[in-house]
Design a protein around this ligand. Structure first.
Ligand code: PGA
Length: 249
């Protein structure tokens, strides 16, 4: 039985003082959650949030990291820097990184490999644009993103990987994939994992759905066989929306 995993991606929102207050309240109010919980604050909020959430049932993740261990990479953050402040998880390949910062599948793969080498947990985001979906390319796009994104990752490391399926046209738009459409994309991703690894790896893999998840649609989505959680953007920024999502079961 896969345990649901609900993650809040705060994107470029909240200044550190707000993030700390939010994290303190969240910690109290999700301590009995039946799901796994993650939050991903901005880099400048991470040290404080990681301190507040230390020892809690909430995993703290970065929203990105560099693909090198150290060196002359102005403006970048390495995995060792994250680990030193108690952050052992990272979201990689978010569609906003792909779209606005030109991140490619092979570049994302180099970050995945480095994160795993450092023993970090990874949420690898995949998903198609509207144009790709309407052009009949859904499966081809997901196949490339999953296979290249996980190149060189072996089966024994797959318990460190969560896949987040986020159709780009559903992110921040208020448009959600129907639960059936999302479930079939998730089933396809699971079949890719079965082919690349084994039926057992595929069966155990946690595949989150992301894209306009809200308190009023989370239950239907989570009821689907292949949907094992959510990567939540906008609705993770206020407790009145995020708590009902976390407590959806
Ligand atoms: P959204 O974002 O919930 O605001 O659509 C999801 C995401 O990008 O992770």
């Amino acid at each position: 039985m896969r345990k649901l995993y609900i993650a809040g991606n705060w994107k470029m929102n909240m200044v550190p003082s707000q993030a700390v207050e939010f994290a303190k309240s969240l910690k109290e109010q999700v301590k009995d959650a039946k799901v796994r919980v993650m939050v991903a604050p901005t880099f400048v909020c991470l040290p404080d949030v990681a301190r507040v959430l230390k020892g809690s049932n909430i995993t703290v993740a970065a929203q990105n990291m560099n693909d090198h261990e150290s060196g002359a990479y102005t403006g970048e953050i390495s995995p060792d820097m994250l680990k030193d402040i108690g952050v052992n998880a990272v979201i990689l390949g978010h569609s906003e990184r792909r779209l606005y910062y030109g991140e490619t599948n092979s570049f994302i793969n180099s970050k995945v490999l480095l994160a795993l080498k450092k023993g970090m947990e990874v949420v690898l985001c995949v998903g198609e644009t509207l144009e790709e979906r309407e052009g009949g390319k859904l499966e081809a796009v997901l196949k490339e993103q999953v296979n290249v994104g996980l190149e060189g990752v072996d089966a024994s490391q797959m318990d460190k990987i969560t896949i987040a399926y986020e159709p780009v046209w559903a992110i921040g738009t208020g448009r959600t994939a129907s639960p059936d459409d999302a479930d079939s994309a998730h089933a396809y991703i699971r079949s890719l994992l079965a082919k690349k690894y084994s039926a057992d790896v595929a069966e155990k893999a946690i595949i989150q759905y992301g894209g306009s998840v809200k308190p009023d649609n989370v239950k239907e989505l989570m009821a689907k066989e292949n949907i094992d959680g959510a990567l939540v953007g906008g609705a993770s920024l206020t407790l009145d929306k995020f708590l009902p999502i976390v407590h959806c079961i």
